[in-house]
Design a protein around this ligand. Structure first.
Ligand code: SF4
Length: 194
């Protein structure tokens, strides 16, 4: 069994939805060995092979599998987190058991959809990024014709939850994001100034 046990180590407020929680669970076993097979069979997941992360979207929730831990976002409560972790454990183990019948996929298959990005932008069409609308910005971002840091309002306190989720999705998909707190702070300062 690849994933034999998991242990919830942190329960935090969900930045994207204050009524929900964010859960981090440490896992035993080399679950990353299952990632290319999960990437081959799951629709809409984002696999970053060099970083060993696999992000799965399910029922508006976001699960990010790392080499040694799993992060769950927008979770109702601890009981819900346990159910999802159980589901993930079975999915990982069953997929790994069938790996002989699955062609592993190491590519970042899941293309980000502009609409998914758009939902996490401020949605004010303020034009600070130089685009006429947030949707136009999302289209350019997905096509790597602009950078997330051009949307200054996103780095204001008001959109902290959306920013956190969006940076997580972009990073998982291999996009450039401000990686350090210091870099993010400098954008937050710009955001406060307008
Ligand atoms: S700066 Fe951000 S909020 Fe303003 S239009 Fe561009 S994407 Fe939308």
């Amino acid at each position: 069994m690849l994933l034999s046990s998991y242990n919830i180590t942190r329960i935090l407020p969900c930045l994207a939805d204050p009524e929900k929680i964010r859960v981090i669970a440490e896992v035993s076993g080399k679950i990353y060995e299952a990632f290319p097979y999960l990437n081959a069979i799951l629709k809409g997941c984002i696999y970053n092979h060099p970083a060993l992360t696999l992000t799965i979207k399910k029922d508006e929730k976001l699960f990010t599998l790392h080499a040694h831990h799993i992060t769950l976002a927008k979770i109702e409560d601890e009981k819900g987190a346990e159910e999802i972790l159980g589901w993930l454990r079975d999915l990982i183990n069953e997929t790994y058991e069938k790996r002989g019948q699955i062609e592993p996929n190491y590519s970042m298959t899941a293309e980000l959809k502009a609409l998914d990005i758009f939902k996490l932008l401020p949605g004010t069409n303020c034009r600070k990024c130089g685009e006429l609308t947030c949707l136009a910005f999302a289209v350019k971002l997905v096509g790597r014709d602009t950078e997330i840091t051009k949307c200054d309002p996103l780095f204001s306190e008001k959109y902290q939850g959306k920013k956190t989720l969006l940076l997580e999705i972009l990073q998982a998909a291999g996009y450039e994001v401000p990686s350090t707190r210091k870099e993010q702070k400098s954008h937050e300062r710009v955001a406060r100034s307008w």
